[in-house]
Design a protein around this ligand. Structure first.
Ligand SMILES: [Zn+2]
Length: 379
């Protein structure tokens, strides 16, 4: 299997031009043809054949299947396998705020897994560095090891494992200059875990920040005379992450963001507890509890999510989004955010990253670069 995989699926294939009822074929892990008749979304939703969508792309994943990115070893492989079984075909391994030596260890452990995809797992596209360069006043569930960044420090981490996204709080001393310098070197910086003002947010966007990390969560909220980071995002952002587990953000706030931010895309912010039964898990060094679809610290603070992007898609559809629009927000827009033209869309030449869905939008089949994923495998 792996990169030499070829094969085909039948179904209602979601292309950039709409649904095509027929067959998608791939060879050597790449789509070679999509053949069939165009059908409208209502027809595709009712069809007995599966709906074939671009595999989900999750740019904010801490853990899954009981493992956490910070665990080191082959933890990221476990995480990438767990999410693949829920239709995620590519993801960013996301680190936590921790002493610098621990972050370096985690990056060293995962660097080889960026070179080669593990069979049965989603492609790990790179790292999302979430912390330590964040506000001590907006930790959320991040441990209290925040720091002010220097360009050299960030570049040293980038040299260990490629940083696809770096979340920073722009109001920390020197961070606007940091954003400019990283942007000039081609790194993507997102605003997050920030207690800054609206003006701080606008200045960060001008300095080259490309989006907001889990919009609404762990950032200064919108008051009409003090619009905060949320106000800066709603007024000016082209792109932002949102966690649509319907626990982190009220559906009304998701709707407001959908009207305001053209490239609003979904992330799971998933932790080790994702894809696992209720019970006790770890987030970095902290104990967390999974119960009723949420993951919390002992004091009740939300500590990442138990979300997977198949559930995110269903939640968006439940909010009233069409399936094609929902699909863009769990796949295409995330690929676009990283500048990946060969993922997040079903067109000839793109990777054969596919998720097949039942009429109830449950995952029935997943292919990563043409490799069929064993949905029952719990290893
Ligand atoms: Zn966070």
């Amino acid at each position: 299997m792996s990169t030499a995989a070829s094969g085909d699926v039948q179904g209602c294939v979601l292309t950039p031009e709409g649904f095509v009822r027929g067959r998608l074929r791939w060879a050597e892990g790449r789509i070679v043809a999509i053949e069939g008749e165009p059908v409208d979304e209502a027809t595709a939703l009712a069809d007995p054949l599966p709906r074939v969508l671009p595999g989900f792309i999750d740019l904010h994943v801490h853990g899954g299947g009981g493992a956490d990115t910070m665990d080191g070893g082959d933890a990221v492989a476990t995480v990438a396998k767990a999410h693949a079984r829920h239709g995620t075909t590519a993801l960013l391994a996301t680190t936590l705020t921790a002493p610098r030596a621990e972050i370096e260890l985690a990056l060293r452990a995962l660097a080889p897994q960026l070179q080669q995809r593990v069979p049965g797992a989603a492609r790990v596209l790179g790292v999302h560095l979430e912390g330590p360069y964040i506000s001590p006043d907006r930790l959320g569930a991040q441990p209290a090891f925040t720091a002010v960044a220097t360009v050299d420090e960030v570049l040293a981490l980038h040299a260990i494992a490629p940083l696809a996204l770096v979340t920073v709080a722009p109001e920390l001393p020197g961070h606007l200059e940091l954003i400019k310098a990283l942007h000039a070197r081609g790194l993507r910086v997102q605003i997050g875990h920030s207690n800054g003002t609206y003006e701080d947010g606008v200045a960060a966007l001008r300095a080259g920040a490309c989006g907001f990390t889990h919009l609404f969560n762990a950032m200064s909220g919108l008051h009409h005379r003090s619009p905060g980071m949320v106000g800066a995002a709603l007024a000016h952002a082209d792109a932002a992450e949102i966690i649509p587990d319907l626990v982190h953000v009220h559906p009304g706030a998701i709707r407001a963001a959908l009207r305001a931010i053209p490239r609003l895309y979904c992330v799971s912010d998933a932790t080790a507890a994702s894809g696992m039964p209720d019970g006790e898990y770890r987030l970095g060094q902290q104990r967390v509890h999974k119960c009723l679809g949420a993951v919390r610290l002992a004091d009740g603070t939300l500590a990442g999510s138990a979300l997977t992007l198949d559930q995110a898609l269903r939640n968006l559809v439940q909010l009233g989004l069409g399936l094609a629009d929902a699909s863009r927000r769990v796949s295409t827009l995330a690929a676009d955010h990283l500048g990946l033209a060969e993922r997040g869309r079903l067109v000839p030449g793109a990777h054969a990253d596919l998720v097949c869905l039942s009429r109830e939008l449950h995952v029935t089949d997943v292919f990563v670069e043409g490799e069929r994923i064993d949905l029952a495998d719990a290893s």
